[in-house]
Design a protein around this ligand. Structure first.
Ligand code: ZN
Length: 126
């Protein structure tokens, strides 16, 4: 099995609605999104997936989220911008981009991990 990992940072403010503690107050994080793609077949160039496909899939959102207030940006105006919900959001975006890229059917996003700090992260796996 091959694995490709892309990491992209962004900084944003958020708060967690209904959270019984300090996270219910507006605060910021220097986030890092880590996308892991896996598969057992390489293309004719010897690539599992082009890094650029993954980078472009997250770039439009990171450009929007960076230095933004997540709670005002869809879908996080409706669902809490927790690291878990961010991970699932980026999973859906990148998995869709990989399907559209014409990559081998066995190539898929295996994990999206969102770091709120160096030591705290949440992940989504399909
Ligand atoms: Zn937070």
């Amino acid at each position: 099995m091959y694995e490709v990992i892309v990491e992209q940072p962004f900084s944003a403010a958020h708060y967690l609605k209904g959270y019984p503690g300090k996270c219910s107050q507006i605060h910021g994080h220097n986030y890092k999104v880590q996308i892991t793609v896996e598969g057992d077949k390489l293309d004719h160039l010897g690539l599992l997936v082009e890094f650029e496909v993954i980078k472009q899939a997250v770039k439009k959102w990171i450009d929007l989220f960076d230095h933004g207030f997540l709670n005002e940006l869809p879908p996080f105006d409706k669902i809490n911008p927790s690291a878990e919900n961010l991970a699932k959001f980026f999973y859906d975006e990148v998995e869709g981009a990989i399907r559209q890229s014409g990559s081998n059917a066995s190539t898929r996003v295996s994990c999206v991990r969102v770091f709120e700090t160096e030591k705290c992260s949440a992940a989504y796996r399909p």
